[in-house]
Design a protein around this ligand. Structure first.
Ligand code: ASP
Length: 324
């Protein structure tokens, strides 16, 4: 029997069309991928709804929370959900949903690099692939997945790597979880653990900074002044920072503001290896929280969610030591 799948549209290029005379890609009055049941029929019984029509740079955590609430409400009536989303912030929404929706049912996010009427558009193709994955028995118990360009990725690991190439979504740490072929969906990895958190409101301000050679304390002092609820720093290599930052880092930590460290490298995890001033070992001793393998934007999402649970630094550290 065919499974019942719900498509929730949120906007992005997959919901847009190209103006053939100006080349501009914009939202259409009628959604270009709605009422295409003819294409979906062979795979599933599909229903659809529009939650937002936003380019994904306009998506904020409050939209992610609204989407999560919608998905939780609709899930009992469907066997899987497909969310269409702009690709720019798709990985953040996917990870947000992964952290707060506790379900075994497949939730798939997809998008497109070329809008529906552009030559070589990947919009309809990615949507059909996502419906196929959402209807596949093996797609259950894997958390939120991202399906693009014949690949299936975990929300935790996937990231947009190219501004325009349709093979933009990659999982640099471990590769994709599976692939989409003409006949079937083949999963070759599995998920070892998953943690979900209850979130009713998402209102914590978390800043994200990227470290660079010669960075001085100006930005950290500005952070201290702004007093956000948390800070994520994309450090150098295995998790090191210029020594000039150490006095400001100490002041930030003394003000009870949690700092989470990730690496600006696109692969690998941060480790307290180096003992020199500003080295990872030194930073860990100062009380900086190490995140295992998340990108900066995802560590920021996780810190926002973690801060909705607790402000206690030890508990925040434990949350970041958990796998996803
Ligand atoms: N700028 C677009 C967005 O993220 C890009 C896309 O959807 O591919 O909404």
């Amino acid at each position: 029997m065919k499974k019942k799948i719900l498509i929730i549209h949120t906007g992005g290029t997959i919901s847009m069309v190209e103006n053939k005379s100006t080349g501009e890609v914009t939202t259409a009055t009628k959604h270009p991928l709605s009422e295409l049941t003819y294409y979906f029929n062979p795979y599933a019984d599909v229903e659809e709804m529009i939650e937002f029509s936003l380019p994904s740079p306009h998506i904020e955590p409050k939209h992610m929370l609204q989407l999560a609430t919608r998905i939780k409400k609709e899930l009992p009536s469907y066997e899987g959900i497909v969310v269409t989303h702009g690709t720019d912030t798709l990985e953040e929404t996917a990870y947000f949903l992964d952290l707060i929706i506790k379900t075994d049912k497949p939730i798939i996010l997809t998008g497109a690099m070329r809008s529906s009427n552009e030559i070589g558009s990947d919009a309809l193709y990615n949507l059909i692939s996502s419906i196929r994955v959402a209807s596949d028995d093996n797609a259950t118990k894997k958390g939120v997945l991202v399906v693009m360009n014949d690949e299936v990725h975990t929300a935790r690991n996937v990231t947009k790597t190219s501004t325009s190439n349709i093979a933009t979504f990659q999982s640099p740490q471990f590769g994709p979880l599976g692939i989409v072929t003409k006949d079937s969906i083949i999963f070759h990895h599995t998920i070892t653990s998953r943690y979900c958190y209850n979130v009713d409101a998402i209102d914590k301000r978390v800043f994200l900074l990227k470290a660079y050679a010669g960075m001085d304390s100006g930005l950290l002092e500005a952070v201290l002044k702004a007093q956000p609820d948390g800070l994520v720093i994309e450090g150098l290599g295995q998790g090191n920072l210029p020594k000039e930052l150490v006095p400001s880092l100490k002041r930030i930590i003394n003000s009870q503001l949690p700092i989470v460290l990730v690496s600006r490298c696109f692969q690998g995890i941060v480790q307290p290896t180096y003992g020199y001033e500003g080295g990872g070992r030194n930073l860990k001793e100062l009380g900086i929280i190490f995140s295992n393998g998340l990108t900066g934007p995802k560590a920021r999402i996780k810190l926002q969610i973690a801060l909705a649970q607790t402000k206690d630094l030890t508990m925040l550290k434990e949350i970041f030591e958990q796998e996803n």
